[in-house]
Ligand binder design. Sequence first.
Ligand code: SF4
Length: 275
Amino acid sequence: VDRLTYNIPAAMAGSYRDLNIIVRSHDPLEFIECLSKDDLKNLLYIQLLSLSSDVDILLKWGVSVPVDLVMANPDTEFPLLYKHAELLNRHPVRVSIPVTRGFNKVVRLAASLNFAVKLEIGQLDGGLVEEMFQTLNFYLHHSTVSQPIEYFHSILMAFYHERPITIWEIQEEDPGLFRYVTNQGKETISKRFVEVDVRGDLASFIEEFKLELLAEKRECYSCEFLDNCGGYFKWPHKEFGCDQVKTIFQALKDAAIELKKDYADSLDFVGEDRS
Ligand code: SF4
């Protein structure tokens, strides 16, 4: 339990003292008002839910906590990224971008401004497949990308190091690690689950969902990426087809193999022992 991190509204910080927290608010001033010095010790990051707020308040805070800028509408909000770039002088900053129409240009802008990026995915809309592949190609092949673009980056590293981290973990939706607390104080898995009545123990949700998919011999049953996916893309609709998702996994796996080969070749070149 002490490994759990709670994503909470800023106003609830006092009730989660001594627990690991991610604190969210639309108003930067609320972070300063609600977080005590002690709270900062257990704070993973703050989540700013509005890009139209007064960012100068955070610049003057004098505390260098990591910041997650959460976009609601990338197609219209992307010019607001420029005014947030100054935050990078004081804070590690990630931009969470929903995979909706126009997201690819926003990812490119965020990466060029040196922000880390997290794609807010889910079951990929067929109309966004092309943009998703453009973003993947940008991440894999554009030499100026110096910050991670998640989930691509962690899956690439998982293939490279042969680690079974899952998309549930990467997206901070693994209830064994993260809990989302609604504005009404109800604990759930993530904001995608706010309207869902999750039955039983939250901690075992993923394992039970995976077992269900396997027992029903769904597509996951014969999917080579199950260890790094955990059936993530089958929620909420088990009928969702994973052809495009698997192509993305395969591209990341191929890139990891290529990276390993390049590394081995470089050792051969300098005559080092690989053992
Ligand atoms: S990619 Fe699709 S089929 Fe494969 S494990 Fe994930 S959800 Fe299941």
